[in-house]
Ligand binder design. Structure first.
Ligand SMILES: Cc1cc2nc3c(=O)[nH]c(=O)nc-3n(C[C@H](O)[C@H](O)[C@H](O)COP(=O)(O)OP(=O)(O)OC[C@H]3O[C@@H](n4cnc5c(N)ncnc54)[C@H](O)[C@@H]3O)c2cc1C
Length: 467
């Protein structure tokens, strides 16, 4: 097992020389915000020994070299909105917070590329693109607070992945600081790159285990002129979720196809204190379509309406986007307000298997007498299932949760699915990945990690355990 050293006062002094005294935190109250992400279970809290806030890639590189010399773990941190405890320093060491690297550096209109530092929020990236008539298509529900660097590191998905793909599909290049402290650019302002292994794609989604992302070249696309949101309401789970694969096969290329079960709708309604349609017994499918030709979109709306009605919808509404997306995006917060401790599962299955997966989870909720609220990106097979602790004791929860998770994961893998569609493995799912993934795949991941990070200082204990 790798032995790491504690952060000494000498190391703290060296850190102060690199980033300036003001940007090195050692007081417990200043370290607290870096001791957790959005997972509120107290099992997943650990304060760093020290947190540093570098201003640029050169400072990051010096910190990395210092950590290699001293054998101290480094944990990159974006906005801390993660849901897999990937930014929590369970092995102690230094949290390197990228929040000061928060500038959009360039919008290159002709190359359709935005160059940005990692600490810019996703929403700022989206707005800056819109201001120039472009769309940045990455759109996680946490976009108002998550950082673009965190989105790269987790390969964030989100609402528009159905049409535009996940964060990986929005990236043309990355500047990284390698685990040994070199600064290198992978990719760039390029539409294509077939020049050897795609190391850029290896770093995307590596959850801070293969280096720091310090600059990002993002692809921009033309901003569609017209957007329409529809809400199809059903009275039963199977009819609602059964619409998703049918829509995907209808040749209309929706931007979003989202699902909310009735328990989620009721929980959101009471959290927001805003009346939602058919909240007493409805199940929602939210569809967004976009393009430049309004007439064509109206035809598509008619088609969606017909398909939904044929599938049993009791009502299909043209939705007020402000209302419906606010409700959809409040899902996690609403569950947290009801039960501070809950586990958000993030399974992904082939689109055609979504009805079977959601039904299976609903049955588990009955079997274990535990609330499971399902919501998610139905158009890409990614279902979030929040398992709520509610009033169960710690002891009961420690028995129920692993049992429910084991049943969900076994089922998902039997359907050709995976543990995480977008939130990542982080710390929370390391053991499950080791159990359910192909052992050869795990060995390949370990070989990559050991080759690129010989002293195993980058975010140890996350994704895979290499000892
Ligand atoms: C309400 C809510 C809704 C959400 N909705 C979505 C959604 O729709 N889709 C989705 O995919 N996720 C979603 N998430 C999860 C989360 O917002 C994403 O995983 C997001 O990409 C994390 O970004 P962050 O800046 O907060 O990263 P953090 O949580 O700070 O870090 C996440 C991981 O990235 C690493 N990291 C961060 N920055 C860097 C960097 N510059 N270089 C190297 N490694 C780095 C960290 O070490 C850690 O491993 C949601 C979360 C919440 C709370």
């Amino acid at each position: 097992m790798t032995k790491y050293n504690a952060v000494t006062s000498e190391v703290v002094e060296e850190l102060k020389k690199i980033v300036g005294e003001k940007y090195v935190y050692t007081d417990q109250d200043k370290l607290e915000p870096y001791s957790h992400d959005e997972v509120t279970d107290p099992h997943y809290v650990k304060a760093p020994e020290v947190a540093v806030l570098p201003a640029n890639a050169e400072e990051v590189a010096q910190i990395v070299k210092l950590a290699n010399r001293s054998s101290i773990p480094l944990v990159p941190r974006g906005a801390g909105t993660g849901l897999a405890c990937a930014a929590v320093p369970f092995k102690g060491g230094i949290v390197v917070a990228l929040e000061r690297m928060n500038k959009i550096l360039e919008i290159d209109i002709e190359n359709m590329i935005m160059v940005t530092e990692p600490g810019v929020t996703t929403e700022e990236v989206q707005k800056a693109a819109n201001d120039k008539g472009f769309l940045y298509a990455g759109d996680p529900c946490s976009g108002d607070s998550s950082f673009i660097g965190g989105n790269i590191a987790t390969n964030a998905g989100g609402n528009k992945a159905v049409k535009y793909g996940v964060t990986r599909n929005q990236v043309a290049g990355l500047e990284i600081v390698t685990p040994t402290g070199e600064i290198i650019t992978l990719g760039g302002k390029l539409k294509k790159d077939a020049s050897g292994y795609s190391l850029m794609n290896l770093v995307i989604g590596s959850e801070g285990t293969l280096g720091f992302v310090t600059k990002i070249y993002l692809k921009l696309v033309a901003l569609p002129k017209v957007t329409m949101d529809l809400l199809a309401i059903f009275k039963d789970l199977e009819s609602a979720i059964g619409l998703a694969p049918k829509l995907m096969g209808a040749g209309i290329s929706p931007v979003c196809v989202e699902f909310m079960d009735n328990a989620s709708i009721q929980c959101v309604e009471s959290f927001l204190r805003e009346k939602l349609p058919h909240s007493n017994d409805g199940y929602y499918i939210i569809v967004q379509i976009a393009g430049d030709n309004e007439e064509l979109l109206e035809d598509q709306c008619v088609l969606i309406d017909e398909m939904a009605t044929e599938n049993g919808a009791v009502e299909v509404l043209v939705a007020d986007p402000a209302v419906i997306w606010k409700a959809r995006k409040a899902y996690a917060e609403a569950d947290r307000a009801r039960s501070l401790v809950f586990s958000m599962e993030d399974i992904v299955v082939p689109v055609t298997k979504i009805p079977e997966a959601v039904k299976y989870i609903a049955d588990l909720s009955q079997k274990y007498n535990v609330a499971i609220h399902c919501c998610g990106h139905a158009g890409d097979g990614n279902i979030h299932a929040n398992i709520l602790k509610d009033k169960y004791s710690e002891k009961e929860w420690d028995e129920i949760l692993p049992a429910v998770q084991a049943e969900i994961y076994s089922k998902v893998y039997s359907m050709g699915g995976k543990l995480s569609g977008e939130h990542g493995i982080g710390f929370k799912r390391v053991q499950a990945l080791a159990k359910y993934a192909n052992p050869i795949e795990i060995e390949m991941m370990k070989a990559v990690k050991a080759a690129l990070d010989p002293n195993l200082i980058m975010n140890p204990g996350k994704v895979i355990n290499v000892e």
